[in-house]
Ligand binder design. Structure first.
Ligand SMILES: C[S@@+](CC[C@H](N)C(=O)[O-])C[C@H]1O[C@@H](n2cnc3c(N)ncnc32)[C@H](O)[C@@H]1O
Length: 417
């Protein structure tokens, strides 16, 4: 189990715990491009490095930073809302394919000062659009303005869209999969292309979902924060659609999370199908699912168990997973070595009322304290009082994140006595 979730990552004050940035609050990572007038890492040829911004749920940046470091990405740095790395198009593709904790990958294509719309229009035209976009693929432009003389996001988006249209001829459409994102912050305009499209938590294995499913990228980062490295069994006794169990099995089997889906970068000018297929093959995208340990889910709801089995089969990890219909009180530890119990019970205020949920959390605690000696427990909830009601020996909150509009906290124990 890793001592901290973020060794070796810069841009984050690990001593301050999680969350806590050493960058000034609200300023994110914009200082990096401060001096650049329409600079864009010397045209995006294969070997030129540029900045890549990997988005994740606010609060989980240090864990994603650690994942990016483990996966060998250059100069990972945790910043507000995500992680920056340096790289070229191959790294953009690989980040989309391999990073379980990411929700989106943005390639930085320009940064310049713009004090008024005419200047924005002129400088946006200096971006080498031909190297980035295809004239036959529709594009959409989203803009956001904060603390800047240009304050009308719609007008800013329209100027950039017009610049693209006139420089390259790409059709502009509000439904386009390829999106240019411009952020004007303190008169500094940073322009990125969204290389992902549909958010990365959509792995395309989970067709069936129950109420309040955990997003796959959050589940993966919570597993990481619990010290899970793919070598120990995992139990989720309220598994819903099976997210934690399936993510854990995929991690153990070394399967790439993006192996079954397409990405917006496949529609960019820089895309090279042969190089992409080589990268997928190298990254274990089509590997066979093997693991020395099994991953267990249970739920009292028969529909949830049917969904979990179908989702695991689609993910190619049916042989590594076991799903059982049973209430929490009937849970027993699987034979073999101890591992990790990870669970997000129904939330107060979302599916049920906190007071009504007390007995459920108490039963969960009793069951685990009585039968799971040697196992660690990770519990994700929006209510610290419910976590306390389990009687489990949790340390201080291990991570916090926004999930579906709720602030959820991961509580974590050491191995139970
Ligand atoms: C918030 S959902 C879990 C979502 C899941 N992590 C996912 O990603 O789909 C809570 C689950 O707890 C289950 N549950 C509620 N009470 C239970 C009980 N007494 N025993 C077992 N499962 C229960 C519900 O059926 C529901 O699927």
């Amino acid at each position: 189990m890793a001592a901290t979730p973020w060794p070796g990552c810069t841009g984050w004050d690990a001593s301050a715990g999680c969350p806590g940035f050493n960058a000034p609050a609200g300023r994110g990572e914009k200082h990096v491009d401060e001096a650049a007038p329409a600079r864009y890492a010397g045209a995006m040829s294969d070997d030129s490095a540029f900045k890549i911004f990997i988005v994740t749920a606010p609060g989980l940046e240090p864990m994603l930073c650690a994942e990016a470091r483990d996966k060998g990405f250059a100069e990972p740095r945790a910043v507000k809302g995500g992680v920056t790395i340096q790289g070229g198009w191959q790294e953009v593709w690989r980040a989309n394919l391999e990073l379980r904790g990411a929700s989106r990958v943005l390639a930085r294509i320009g940064a310049f000062r713009a004090f008024h719309l005419a200047q924005l229009d002129k400088r946006a035209r200096r971006i080498p659009w031909r190297e980035i976009l295809r004239p036959d693929v529709p594009v959409r432009v989203d803009a956001a303005c904060k603390g800047s003389r240009i304050y009308h996001a719609g007008a800013a988006a329209q100027r950039i869209a017009r610049a693209i249209g006139e420089e390259l001829g790409s059709p502009v459409s509000p439904d386009a999969e390829v999106t240019i994102k411009a952020r004007i912050d303190d008169d500094l305009c940073t322009v990125s292309v969204d290389t992902t499209g549909e958010p990365l938590h959509r792995r395309k294995h989970k067709e069936a979902v129950n109420k309040a499913p955990m997003r796959e990228n959050l589940a993966a980062l919570f597993l990481r924060r619990c010290g899970f490295e793919g070598t120990e069994p995992v139990v989720d006794p309220m598994c819903g659609s099976g997210t934690f169990v399936i993510e854990a099995a995929e991690i153990a089997a070394g399967l790439a999370p993006g192996r079954s889906r397409s990405f917006a970068f496949e529609k960019l000018a820089s895309f090279d199908e042969a190089a992409w297929q080589r990268l997928r093959a190298e990254g274990g995208a089509d590997g066979e699912a093997k693991s020395a340990v099994l991953f267990h889910g249970s739920d009292r709801d028969a529909g949830a168990i049917a969904m979990s089995r179908a989702n695991a089969a689609r993910a190619g990890v049916a042989a590594l997973t076991e799903f059982t219909q049973q209430p929490i009180g009937a849970l027993v530890a699987p034979d073999g070595p101890p591992g990790l119990v990870i669970v997000n019970p129904p939330y107060g205020g979302r599916i049920g009322d906190a007071k009504d949920l007390l007995p459920l959390y108490q039963t969960l605690g009793r069951t685990l304290l009585g039968g799971f000696s040697g196992w660690r427990v990770g519990l994700v909830t929006n209510d610290a009082a419910l976590a306390r009601a389990t009687g489990l020996p949790f340390g201080p909150p291990a991570a916090q994140a926004l999930h579906g509009g709720l602030r959820v906290t991961l509580f974590l124990t050491a191995p139970l006595a």
